[in-house]
Design a protein around this ligand. Sequence first.
Ligand SMILES: Cc1cc2nc3c(=O)[nH]c(=O)nc-3n(C[C@H](O)[C@H](O)[C@H](O)COP(=O)(O)O)c2cc1C
Length: 258
Amino acid sequence: MRTIHLIFFSPTRTTRTTLEAIAAGTGCTPGSVLDLTRAVPPGRPEFGTGDLVLIGMPVYAGRLPALAVERFQKIKGGGAVAAPIVVYGNRHYDDALIELYDLCREQHFRPIAAGAFLGEHSFSTTTLPLSAGRPDAADLEQAAQFGRRLRHAEQRLEKVPGNRPYKDLMQPSGSATSVNPAACSRCGICIAICPTGGMHLTETAAEADPNHCIWCMACERYCPENARSLTHEKVMASAQKLDQLFSERREPELFFST
Ligand SMILES: Cc1cc2nc3c(=O)[nH]c(=O)nc-3n(C[C@H](O)[C@H](O)[C@H](O)COP(=O)(O)O)c2cc1C
């Protein structure tokens, strides 16, 4: 029986949750978990032909987050079979899945299946919920089913949707989440979970560095005081547009070789 390993970048944890449900569905022996969200952990596992590796990343503006790509490029596949998985917030995954598929092959993984799953959009708020609550029970059941099929898959997957060259990367905006200093307790949770390491404590509050922020929203989502928000006009406009144009429920797409 194969050993199953997880590699992911997942600031708001929908990608991680999806991968865990797929892994449980495979029934394979659990192996390593490599969380690239904060950094590339030391003591990286070596993979080989008896391994099945689930590789998951969220979709950012139709591509993979550049930081996730940079960290994943430090991992070697050693010929292990793999399933690239992207998780997106109900708009579309555009070129992110093909980008992850290509990246897997470059790092010497052998893709045998791929999936595009749904997660709550990072820009979702209580006042403007976007793809809220996903992955939900139906998504997780589909993830488990994908895992069950994956267990028996052997053939290399030759094709996934998307275009080469990929669409342009989203440009950094030079803006970050802001904080309400009256609400911030300076607990440091946001500093510990920020994927870029771009937050620091001041005398009054935890501040995010506009030159580092990737808008992943982890600091806002996990702030115990609800002290953080992102009110950049581009984000506000994007959230409104997503609500108006992309609220019809999309379903997971699973790809196996035929
Ligand atoms: C900067 C940014 C850009 C995003 N772009 C897209 C997109 O192009 N299409 C989409 O459907 N969702 C998009 N999303 C939503 C995320 O893909 C989605 O929320 C995902 O579930 C986040 O994964 P995580 O919970 O593992 O961090 C974007 C999110 C962020 C932060």
